[in-house]
Design a protein around this ligand. Structure first.
Ligand code: BGC
Length: 818
């Protein structure tokens, strides 16, 4: 793309920036925010607005909620009661006999000192606590019960990263809907999901909770999940408040270490990390969670530039923000606040409406408000937002509507929910390799099958992280699924080895010694010989290896992405013993497994698929379904390549393994093991006949990309066709590829269909040299293919007209299939 004729010079003076000028006219208190944004935008060295007025005196004026019920309550509330509404306390979800709360919290409810609980559920228990709030507290304001309903409730669905592998937003929306139906039946009003953090580093354990590395796929999935949880009508008793988390850029933790600091440019923040949040906001998400992390010197839970500037002023968000667990109290550990009073003051005035767990608001802010250090208007503003959410859920009309034991009995783990979980699980499986063409296995030929590996008969691991109400007893293990699919075959089972690290089935816990390499537990290889004997006797082998469910998720960063323990030795031996071995991976992040990928006759990525794991894996292994998943994350060849992602910049010396002075490694290949978007099928797809129009669109037009897709193989299948663009010359450097659309296309053998993907040109906007988001005129390359590294069709358009500023409201492409 050509440089814009009128690229703005460094707007050292605020007046040079029209956005700043406009904002300052509209809202004087936002001037600091906008000017600082404009400053960094222009590369002038100013940082993203940090804290604004440290004492909160220049906080924006409170907006009346407009709701007479909320206003009348607010008028009657004492300061303590107001701060109570902004306080969320924790329950013990894992207490024997079901969730419990600290007894002292009951008195706090009666005194109006709590607005919400997290990790409390169950129709009877939530009813009991709600009764205290409604009948014993002075104003009878109902409590809001929150919980991490991340991938299903009792019917555990695939982990979010797996669901994203389906590239099927309709199915993902349905999964969230099922979760909402079950969770609300257990008294829950609010889920801390979706997690929409883009993650480019597989060492980060929480990569499992999101939709992977791509901002556009992340936007699509964020919006789908918000729609699924919140449904059409929040007042319906089976809809949940959703919560987009962790605002913002938590996934960019340095070196992939959880909770670590983040230092990203404002361009990367706005183009990579913020878009899924914006999509959640545009889909109507009612709450956001502020992150644990520091971003360039300002912790996210005190980041006024983000919480007030970007979220409220730029995006018009009108819901409320909750902190992460103790992230307000942790402002002291960050080195931002000197004491708890300052921590609470900084968070609330920055825009964190509700505080999770650390209790600085309820304990410290009465004095701060009385001393004039926190304006009452700031407190009122947050209280209005929280009460408005309670009102939208219908809790003022019927505080017990979610706590219904009959509904709880009838609507949890129903056969329909299990069917939906099985369909979602099947779609989430990615066929990484099928070199020997051994899949699908013909069930009729199999008299003896060996099912090997430490995860083969695990009912715990398939639940994955964040599956608290999920029960291992509900899970169909891979072994059980295979037994059910092959009722006449003889099934041999050998775990082979244990997994080192984490906890759970087949796992040897790591102790402190093992981190220094001196612990040899879990390295017991005697089981390998037994596994080899079983493999030799079998017509085919299913080898299930990977990570335990406790090796990914929060605080589960890994510095080594290889298969843990002796699993590779097991795989080598088993594959050597029987070439008809299908390797089934179960894990929560991309793994560095080049040798396994080269040797495995077939390799399936199944992530953690939830309660229907075994059935879904059997559906794919034996050909009842052809795999259709595509990777939402890049797999590295070696851990040292991380962070690794397809939409990187070109550099001035684009990497080439054969060119010495290029951007590469001397001791590792440049290429990933499996690229973003990769995923095979049991059939073959041919792409042809690309047309793109109009050839010279303006920024207001929509590109229509049309092509033919043929199933050239002998089985029915689904292809996820992907559309990427590249802008080869722009006023700021652009990624080598950017996903802008995709289509899931079902094709019978021999069938050809035409696929049309409509891409509004506004989707090609980016933050140019002046950091203003615009569509720039000039050439854009358009590519269509089966993955980011398997591009089959290429075309070019030339965007005409003048450079056009475009705001960052979410815009999506649309696929249609004929
Ligand atoms: C996590 C959040 C979660 C919260 C409540 C925190 O430790 O970072 O994602 O929602 O706990 O369980």
């Amino acid at each position: 793309m050509k440089r814009p004729a009128a690229a703005a010079a460094c707007p050292a003076a605020a007046a040079a920036c029209p956005a700043a000028a406009a904002a300052s006219a509209a809202a004087p208190s936002a001037v600091a925010v906008v000017l600082a944004l404009a400053g960094i935008a222009a590369g002038c060295g100013t940082s993203l607005p940090a804290r604004g007025g440290r004492e909160g005196r220049d906080a924006p004026a409170a907006q009346p909620s407009g709701d007479p019920r909320v206003e009348s309550l607010l008028a009657r509330m004492t300061l303590e009661e107001k701060l109570g509404q902004l306080t969320q306390l924790e329950g013990a979800w894992d207490a024997p006999g079901g969730p419990k709360i600290d007894d002292r919290y009951r008195a706090m409810i009666a005194e109006g000192q709590v607005g919400s609980f997290l990790s409390v559920f169950g129709a009877d228990f939530t009813r009991e606590l709600q009764t205290i709030a409604v009948e014993k507290s002075r104003l009878g304001i109902p409590l809001l019960f929150a919980f991490d309903v991340i991938h299903g409730f009792r019917t555990t669905f695939p982990v979010p990263l797996a669901e994203a592998s389906s590239w099927d937003p309709a199915a993902v929306e349905k999964a969230a809907r099922v979760a909402a139906v079950e969770a609300t039946a257990a008294g829950i009003h609010w889920t801390f999901a979706p997690m929409v953090d883009v993650a480019r580093d597989a060492r980060w354990g929480r990569i499992v909770e999101g939709s992977g590395e791509d901002p556009y796929l992340g936007m699509v999935m964020a919006a789908a999940r918000v729609r699924g949880f919140q449904g059409e009508d929040l007042a319906a008793p089976d809809t949940l408040l959703a919560c987009a988390k962790h605002f913002a850029a938590y996934g960019a933790a340095e070196s992939g270490r959880d909770y670590n600091s983040v230092d990203v440019s404002e361009r990367t923040l706005r183009e990579v990390y913020l878009p899924p949040f914006r999509a959640a906001v545009d889909a109507g998400v009612v709450t956001l969670m502020s992150g644990f992390n520091d971003i360039g010197g300002m912790p996210a839970s005190a980041h006024r530039g983000l919480l007030d500037g970007v979220l409220r002023r730029e995006w018009g968000f009108s819901g409320f923000v909750v902190s992460d667990w103790e992230s307000v109290g942790e402002l002291i550990d960050h080195g931002l606040a000197a004491d708890r009073a300052e921590a609470g003051r900084l968070a609330l005035t920055a825009g964190v409406d509700m505080e999770m767990v650390s209790k600085t608001y309820i304990r410290e802010l009465v004095a701060e408000v009385r001393a004039g250090r926190v304006p009452m208007a700031v407190v009122d503003r947050s209280v209005r937002r929280v009460l408005a959410a309670k009102q939208r859920l219908g809790l003022f009309d019927d505080p017990y509507r979610y706590s219904d034991p009959a509904r709880e009995k009838g609507r949890i783990l129903t056969p329909e929910h299990r069917t939906a979980a099985r369909a979602m699980a099947r779609e989430s499986i990615v066929l990484l390799g099928n070199q020997a063409g051994i899949l699908p296995l013909a069930a009729a030929d199999l008299r003896t099958v060996a099912v090997i590996g430490p995860l083969a008969d695990s009912r715990q691991a398939p639940l994955g992280p964040w599956s608290v109400p999920g029960r291992a007893a509900d899970v169909v293990s891979v072994l059980e699924g295979i037994r059910a699919a092959l009722p006449r075959a003889r099934i041999l089972h050998e775990p082979g080895v244990a997994i080192v690290g984490g906890a759970g089935d087949g796992v040897v816990p790591r102790d402190a010694a093992s981190r220094t390499g001196s612990d040899r537990s879990g390295e017991d290889a005697r089981g390998i010989a037994r596994a080899v004997r079983a493999a030799r006797r079998a017509d085919a082998v299913i080898l299930v290896v990977g990570e335990s469910d406790t090796m990914s998720g929060e605080a589960k960063s890994r510095a080594d992405l290889r298969l843990p323990g002796r699993q590779l030795d097991l795989a080598r031996a088993v594959i050597a013993a029987n070439r008809r071995t299908a390797v089934v991976l179960m894990n929560g992040r991309p793994l560095a497994i080049p040798e396994l990928a080269a040797q495995a006759p077939a390799l399936l990525e199944t992530w953690f698929l939830g309660v229907e794991t075994g059935n879904a894996v059997a559906d794919v292994l034996f050909g009842a379904a052809s795999p259709s998943g595509k990777l939402p994350v890049t797999f590295p060849t070696t851990t040292g390549q991380e962070p690794l992602y397809y939409n990187h910049k070109s550099t001035g010396r684009p990497g080439d393994d054969k060119v010495v002075w290029s951007s590469k490694y001397i001791d590792a290949p440049l290429q990933p093991l499996f690229p973003f978007g990769h995923g095979l099928s049991y059939t073959r797809f041919e792409y042809s006949d690309l047309s793109i129009g109009p050839q010279a669109p303006t920024a207001r037009d929509t590109l229509v990309v049309d092509f033919a897709l043929r199933n050239a193989g002998g089985r029915a299948g689904v292809e996820v066709a992907q559309l990427y663009i590249r802008d080869p010359a722009a006023s700021a450097t652009r990624p080598v590829l950017e996903l802008k659309g995709f289509a899931r296309v079902e094709l019978q053998p021999g069938q050809t269909r035409r696929v049309r993907i409509e891409v509004p040109v506004a989707m090609l906007a980016f933050h140019g040299a002046d950091m203003r988001r615009a569509v720039e005129p000039g050439e854009v390359q358009v590519m269509v293919g089966a993955s980011s590294a398997d591009l089959r069709l290429r075309g070019v358009v030339r965007i005409g007209g003048a450079r056009m500023l475009v705001d960052d409201r979410s815009v999506f492409s649309r696929a249609s299939i004929r």
